[in-house]
Ligand binder design. Sequence first.
Ligand code: UD1
Ligand code: MG
Length: 502
Amino acid sequence: MTTHRPAAVIVLAAGEGTRMKSAVPKVLHTIGGRSLLGHAIAAARGAGPQHLAVVVRHGRDLVAAHVTEVDPEALVADQDEVKGTGRAVECGLTCLPSDLTGTILVTYGDVPLLAAETLTSLVAAHEESGSAVSVITADLPDPTGYGRVLRDGDGAVAGIVEQKDATADQLAITEINSGIYAFDADRLRSALARVGTDNAQGEKYLTDVLAIARGDGCRVSAHLVDDLWQTEGVNDRVQLARLGAELNRRTVERWMREGVTVVDPATTWIDTDVSFGRDVTIHPGTQLHGATTIGDDVEIGPDTTLTDVEIRRGAHVIRTHGSLALIGEGASVGPFAYLRPGTELGPDGKIGTFVETKNAVIGEGAKVPHLTYAGDARIAEGANIGAGTIFANYDGQTKRTSTVGRYTFVGSGSVLVAPVHLADGTYVGAGSTVTLDTDPGELAVARGKQRNVEGWVARRFPGSATDEAAKAAGECAGAAEQDGIPEAAAPVDPADGGAARA
Ligand code: UD1
Ligand code: MG
């Protein structure tokens, strides 16, 4: 099989998109984590052209910068004040070699579901049939607004008429022009030079090229597609959501076919650039955005939103919100965890319930299980951070980092005031506010010493329920003592490390 590579693709993206009612140029609105234009460029690039040009005008600088960001090789062509798709293509041609031969494709920057394979088969059919122009068409139950495809008595394509220029008979035609074409380069240049603006909109119509080519005795072909989504453009935010949902449906289905279990496709959102290993399970209400990558045997959700997160093999992430984080092999996160940028959880580590982390590197097997803020933290292998520990990283001026050494054990309810460095193999007594570094093997205790004031309740709140309870307990204790039952277990070590443990 011969491969058919187009000489160029020209992506039209100069239009204003007024119906979006947005300060943002239409083609920069996103679905599936990519701009509409990003999707169009990816499809165009997928067809393997020698040159790829994007025609810009509205929001010129923003759109041009975006083109360069998503595809640094792409050429940017500026459209002048002459309006119309024909003028746009003419402007696109100015940045291509003037003697370029072969096939030139034209696509739209606001048609995000068009697949590269569709372009590839258009080029193949176009070149094999020896056509001057081949246009992708679709049969729509409601063709309102689109250009209609005119066919002659033999069924050959004779031209395209715009809605605003059509007669009543022509308006009844349901075969529409998608706006996606393959042109022979020479024929395109020659015909465009003869396109005028004598029409209802006073624009230079690209569609006029078809009738001109026919008049020159050339073959013009139509390629009817069944998959209507591929030719649908975004004009307003209703269409943006509709096409976004369909794109997601396609993405989720593709990954299920690649071996990902998606419990509820309807509530699972996966961006175009997310990737998965095998035997991943996604529970309902999960949204995976950006450049998120998921390893084999990972379980995610329910109710989890991750952006640009890497999850390695066998990890579990439950009811979590995270971005720019790394979750190591076999690690566990959530429920109710908030992973902010710079979080790196080591293999078999744990970030548990109601834990917020930011710029926190947590070593292999280390655990931050409950109710903790770990900001600007380095927590080494095997360390255990007790419930309710706060890494106080900010003094109102500067953020500083604290470190916790290997197999160090921070008691519950502690505050580590940055910068503080706990050595390997140390303990922090529960409820400590730690401001001094430790040496290996030490216990740090930093809290007021407890004293018990006898008879205080009876003096302060006489006759209260608390007082009554105390008195009743006193009588019981007296009776128990007489029966030979010990009053209480041995008192707890006052310096008790006391981290809550799951
Ligand atoms: C155009 C076609 C119509 C077709 C429809 C499919 C023409 C004359 N008409 O109609 O037959 O059914 O697309 O959606 O071609 N653009 C520019 N510069 C311009 C004008 C448009 O770059 O001066 C770009 C727009 O950004 C957009 C695309 O071309 O991506 C189509 O423009 P739009 O105004 O939507 O085309 P229609 O008039 O709807
Ligand atoms: Mg128009």
